[in-house]
Design a protein around this ligand. Structure first.
Ligand SMILES: C[C@@]1(CC(=O)O)c2cc3[nH]c(cc4nc(cc5[nH]c(cc(n2)[C@H]1CCC(=O)O)[C@@](C)(CC(=O)O)[C@@H]5CCC(=O)O)C(CC(=O)O)=C4CCC(=O)O)c(CCC(=O)O)c3CC(=O)O
Ligand SMILES: NC(=O)C1=CN([C@@H]2O[C@H](COP(=O)(O)OP(=O)(O)OC[C@H]3O[C@@H](n4cnc5c(N)ncnc54)[C@H](O)[C@@H]3O)[C@@H](O)[C@H]2O)C=CC1
Length: 221
């Protein structure tokens, strides 16, 4: 399986099933999507609380779709992603099949292992924006994904600031017409430089000075 990153900021996510898993997925996708619609005959208390406290990007709809009516929900909500999170395998299977037929991505929460393209796995993610790391165990051990995510969080501290700085430098070198081979070598050295990483802890101008020195080793300006 290959991780791919999706921008869902203008999209709707449909979660079928509002239990503990539906709640976790709904609240996670609410951070990413325009709106999350959860369709379920009953809802997890913590999900109701989060919505009542004004998480406006989650809508709860009380209904119990079955294999015959799942397509109506996908038509009505027009989601970019369907999360099949009920405790009824037949309903989850129908949601998966309907979504795949309609060319909509689907996350089936009650199965692991091999799946059709379009039937996606949600990884554990950790961010130091704009840097994001995704972990999957190929469905073998979601608890391990979570544990690794916690460890990696410490590992990528400061990576967001490094991405911003090196992104800016890369643009500047490009605009200055620096030969692409030299630009690549310079940026490769910047992101590996202990001095620049340490500089970022002391502040941006410090890091920038360190980075300029690294670039001077490669680019004659
Ligand atoms: C295949 C996958 C499908 C999908 O949902 O995308 C899937 C499937 C299943 N999960 C199960 C159980 C648990 N899932 C978690 C937690 C997470 N599960 C997530 C993803 C995935 N779970 C996908 C594979 C990811 C990978 O490749 O590693 C995470 C990473 C992301 C997220 O969901 O947001 C999130 C951590 C988020 C975080 O904190 O970072 C915990 C831990 C906990 O709750 O503390 C447990 C209990 C402990 C255990 O069993 O390991 C069961 C058995 C149910 C049963 O026993 O009946 C199934 C079904 C099956 O295995 O058949
Ligand atoms: N992917 C993951 O990380 C995990 C997946 N699971 C799997 O996810 C499934 C759900 O787990 P939980 O949320 O803990 O169960 P749960 O019992 O807390 O929630 C199930 C929800 O589905 C709703 N539901 C039932 N029939 C429905 C229908 N026809 N349409 C819409 N909603 C319906 C119920 O009202 C309930 O809110 C389990 O079958 C389990 O295999 C469980 C743990 C973690």
């Amino acid at each position: 399986m290959i991780p791919l990153y999706h921008d869902l900021s203008d999209e709707t996510v449909l979660v079928v099933g509002g239990g503990a898993v539906g709640r976790r997925k709904a609240l996670r996708f609410a951070e990413e999507a325009r709106v999350v619609v959860v369709v379920s005959p009953a809802f997890d208390d913590r999900l109701c609380e989060a919505v009542a406290e004004g998480d406006a990007s989650v809508e709860l709809v009380r209904a119990a779709p079955d294999a015959a009516t799942v397509p109506e929900w996908i038509d009505r909500v027009a989601p970019a992603l369907v999360v099949a999170a009920t405790d009824d395998r037949a309903v989850n299977a129908a949601a998966e099949a309907t979504a795949l037929d309609a060319g909509v991505l689907v996350n089936r929460t009650d199965v692991s292992g091999n799946r059709d393209p379009g039937s996606v796995v949600v990884p554990a993610t950790v961010a130091d924006d704009p840097v994001r790391v995704a972990v999957s165990t190929g469905g073998r051990s979601p608890a391990l994904s979570k544990a690794l995510r916690e460890r990696i969080g410490a590992e990528i501290e400061g990576a967001g600031a490094m991405a911003e700085l090196s992104g800016e430098l890369r643009e500047e070198l490009s605009e200055a017409g620096v030969d692409p081979m030299l630009r690549r070598e310079a940026i490769r050295r910047v992101v590996r430089s202990e001095g620049v990483w340490k500089g970022l802890q002391k502040g941006r101008s410090n890091a920038r000075r360190e980075a300029e020195n690294v670039i001077e080793e490669v680019v004659d300006r």
